[in-house]
Design a protein around this ligand. Structure first.
Ligand code: NAI
Length: 335
């Protein structure tokens, strides 16, 4: 049976990197059918809604979406479309691989291979209980962590480690100070770890983890952590290997999964053909793995590496002067 995926072309550089990505997927002959759906500013202009019901229905039906970055306009009704999508589909696991690539302008062009598994639905990003006192002097915000949320993200991290042949999971926390929320996360992660004796388990306080990541990133394998720490740590990892243009993100739930680039809409370079398509291409590779097309996913990653090695048509962020589609064509020629 043909697999259909929902494709959201997005805002800013979104359409350019999506066209480039679909060009490479077509060269890979994945056999995927694309159902295009709108979200973000494009959808707002067409339908008056940032997240039209037709788009939600499409994701519900296909259960897999490939999504370009979206703009959440200020005063748009919810704090972020991306957070809203994760909430509505209960996409509890955010998986961000940071891998060294050749010929990037980075501190570590080898030795980094870290999977950050970030809890995606609770913690400090709930954006609930936010108040500022009348005199403007005191602000509060609520953090909620549940055993259920911690248990399923820790289990996801260990299962992922097992299925991908990884050896160690590091739980990153701040339980020494934030004893309630971070404490519950750590306690639950320890309980889950005990059920996976074949995978090494390590605990690290978040500030130390940041220093260790910069000094000796090769010691990390899989990192599992709460929402806010995961967002920061995965960007730190992006910085280690050459920036946001090389990091994809998978948002995984029980009933749906959305694959994307970690970066935003890059309004400063939108419409100029300058955007690096690799992050979304790597998101597409995560999607192919999720769909069981692991051999095609590997071919796609290998083609990206080979194109970087050859310095063929690289975009400006990678030190080249190629265009988004030119780079994609160079990759497509190597799949
Ligand atoms: P950004 O990631 O869009 O841009 C940061 C810097 O990185 C800019 O200089 C940009 O030119 C560069 N950059 C980003 N992607 C690139 C690529 N593929 N190739 C080459 N250079 C690239 O972050 P910013 O400026 O904070 O956010 C802009 C907009 O994006 C905001 O409206 C924000 O809400 C939205 N956003 C959406 C996300 C999503 O849909 N997943 C994630 C992050 C931000």
């Amino acid at each position: 049976m043909t697999q259909t995926i929902t494709v959201i072309r997005g805002d800013g550089i979104g359409p350019e990197i999506m066209d480039a990505t679909l060009h490479v997927l077509d060269a890979l002959q994945t056999g995927l059918e694309y159902e295009f759906a709108d979200a973000g500013v494009v959808a707002l202009e067409k339908t008056g809604e940032l997240l039209p019901e037709a788009t939600m229905d499409s994701i519900r039906r296909n259960r897999v979406a490939l999504k370009s970055p979206l703009t959440t306009p200020i005063g748009g009704g919810f704090s972020s479309i991306n957070v809203e999508l994760r909430k509505r589909f209960d996409l509890y696991a955010n998986v961000r691989p940071a891998v060294s690539f050749p010929n990037t302008k980075s501190r570590f062009s080898s030795g980094v291979d870290i999977l950050t598994v970030r809890e995606n639905t609770e913690g400090a990003y709930l954006a609930e209980g936010q108040t500022v006192s009348e005199d403007g002097e005191t602000a509060t915000s609520m953090i909620r962590v549940t055993r259920h949320g911690s248990e399923r993200i820790a289990r996801y991290a260990f299962e992922l480690a097992r299925s991908t042949g990884r050896k160690k999971v590091t739980a990153v926390h701040k339980a020494n100070i934030i004893k309630s929320t971070s404490g519950l996360f750590l306690k639950t992660a320890r309980e889950v770890a005990a059920q996976y004796p074949d995978i090494a388990f390590e605990e690290m306080i978040v500030d130390n983890a940041c220093m260790q990541l910069v000094m000796r990133p090769e010691q990390f394998d899989v990192i599992v952590t709460t929402n806010l720490f995961g967002d920061i740590i995965s960007d730190l990892c992006a910085g280690l290997i050459g920036g946001l243009g090389l990091i994809p993100g998978a948002n995984i739930g029980t009933d749906a999964a959305i694959f994307e680039a970690v970066h935003g809409t890059a309004p400063d370079i939108a419409g100029q053909g300058k955007a690096n398509p690799c992050a979304l291409l790597l998101g597409a590779a995560q999607m192919l793995d999720h769909l069981g097309m692991c051999e095609k996913a590997e071919r796609l990653r290998a083609a990206i590496v080979a194109t970087l090695e050859a310095r063929d048509s690289l975009t400006g962020d990678l030190g080249g002067d190629g265009t988004t589609m030119g780079f994609a064509k160079a990759i497509a020629g190597r799949v």
